[in-house]
Design a protein around this ligand. Structure first.
Ligand code: FAD
Length: 445
């Protein structure tokens, strides 16, 4: 069977399929990039190397004798849905969410305004964003959003570059960050501290950022009802503790760089300078009001101010894109499914962000993948499929023909070895190869 997409969801699903004692499942993992691991390689922030060690578990799955990695093959570009269905007993789509939500305000498309998908991909060496080349020759950057991706982007912009140089941050990004002059990053959140989608460890670590003041406005915390904190649950409580600790124990002391939180503000428009690039952002202030269901909403109270800035990164959610000919729910931006079985599909399944939307941490995809794998195994058992070795070889040859240069698991291990070896002398986990050409050349040895 085929698993399309080699992120956490694909790997967790594959692991369960391969573990089946009743069926001898063969898994071809088809991936558009020459590299596996999805957002573990190209999303997770480089200064969080421990999180990336989950890839060791994925590598163990890839070691299985009935597993094949088929990298540099894109469904929709190199192979169609019909061709997959002709050749496989079942197809799992675990292609993640490849695009982003827009701000939908004037100036959204100005040079200097970009999506976190692009910015994150750029510093993480994703080949599609290698040439983004953001202008960091600016003193203030603004990040829109109140989640961990916003925090990742903000941290990357103010962290000491010498520290980043010990991580797997892409070399081209290190060069630009080193030459840049960002002194302040403003994180703009529509609602208040209670409604932020941050997780607590990410807030707790902020005061450890060398040379960076964390700037919170006590007024944002003044009117918070303790009952709302209790009602918010565990993460809200621990987030508030972390933020209060920053307020109480880590006041700004005039450090060289600043991370400033602006709660209860929304972007109204991005303003262009004489060169046509982003030169400022108009912010509107919000009142926080509870609707009938008790949900806190941001209501524009008419207050306006303009902040000068040369870079705006929107981190307001990822969005999945449809795969050609595969059913897609445009409103929810997911492949419609029931427990992982594609609605309107034919022996097709989904896992991960394309199944449930772009939320949840890496571990969330484990349970999600398990549900999908169990559906696949139940259906395959009912259908009573039994593939001949020749069929498995034939489909391998077919994918080889379709790819400009298919990257097998052996090829990927060579690439991996090259990257890791390049990192060793510098004390880094790896030095990433960041174009498809470089990756393929490394695979060729
Ligand atoms: P992805 O990881 O996106 O994998 C999808 C894969 O499918 C990719 O490899 C892609 O190249 C491939 N693909 C796409 N289209 C095609 C196609 N047409 N043909 C073939 N292949 C295709 N979680 C944590 O636990 N800790 C963190 O620190 C953390 N940091 C994050 C930082 C960022 C910036 C982001 C965006 C997410 C972060 N997450 C983190 C969340 C975590 O990365 C996701 O939960 C997880 O990656 C989703 O898994 P997935 O397999 O659904 O998608």
């Amino acid at each position: 069977m085929a698993v399309v997409g080699s992120g956490p969801a694909g790997f967790y699903t594959a692991a369960i399929l391969l573990r089946s004692e009743d069926l001898e499942v063969h898994v071809d993992m088809i991936e558009k990039l020459p590299t596996p691991w999805g957002l573990v390689r190209s999303g997770v922030a480089p200064d969080h190397p421990k999180i990336k060690t989950v890839s060791a578990a994925f590598a163990r799955t890839a070691d299985h004798e009935r597993f094949r990695f088929m990298g540099n093959v894109e469904i929709g570009r190199d192979v169609t849905r019909a061709e997959l269905l002709e050749r496989y007993d079942a197809v799992v789509y675990s292609v993640g969410a490849q695009s982003d939500n827009r701000l939908g305000i004037p100036g959204d498309d100005l040079p200097g305004s970009m999506a976190s998908t692009a910015f994150v991909g750029w510093y993480n060496g994703h080949p599609e964003f290698r040439d983004l080349d953001p202008d960091l020759n600016v003193e203030r950057a603004v990040v829109i959003g109140a989640g961990n991706v916003a925090l990742d982007v903000a941290r990357m912009l103010v962290t000491d570059v010498d520290e980043l140089a010990t991580t797997d941050t892409a070399n081209h990004a290190l060069d630009v960050l080193r030459a840049g002059k960002v002194k302040e990053v403003v994180i703009v959140a529509r609602r208040g501290p209670l409604q932020g989608a941050f997780t607590t460890p990410e807030l707790r670590e902020l005061p450890d950022l060398e040379g960076v003041d964390i700037v919170l406005d006590p007024a944002d915390f003044a009117g918070i009802d303790p009952e709302d904190i209790t009602a918010g649950g565990h993460t809200v409580r621990t987030n508030m503790e972390a933020l209060h600790r920053i307020l109480a124990e880590h006041p700004p002391t005039g450090k060289p760089r600043r991370m400033v939180f602006r709660f209860a503000h929304s972007p109204i428009s991005l303003l262009a300078g004489p060169d046509g690039r982003v030169a400022g952002i108009e912010l509107g202030s919000n009142d926080l009001v509870k609707d009938e269901s008790g949900t806190v909403k941001a209501r524009d109270n008419g207050g306006r101010e303009t902040l000068e800035c040369g870079l705006v990164v929107r981190a307001v959610g990822y969005r999945a894109l449809p795969l050609p000919d595969v059913p897609f729910d445009d409103k929810r931006a997911v492949i419609p499914n029931e427990g992982g079985r594609v609605i309107g599909g034919e022996r097709e399944y989904v896992a991960g962000w394309i199944k449930r939307g772009p939320s949840g941490v890496i571990g969330t995809n484990r349970k999600d993948g398990q549900q999908t794998a169990e559906a696949v195994l139940a259906d395959l058992t009912t259908a009573g499929v039994d593939r001949a070795e020749a069929d498995i070889e034939a489909v391998g040859e077919f994918l080889h023909e379709r790819s400009s240069q298919l990257v097998t698991e052996t090829d990927w291990r060579i690439i991996d070895g090259v990257e890791v070896a390049a990192g060793k002398p510098e004390g880094r986990p790896r030095v990433k190869l960041c174009t498809v050409e470089e990756l393929l050349a490394a695979a060729r040895g």
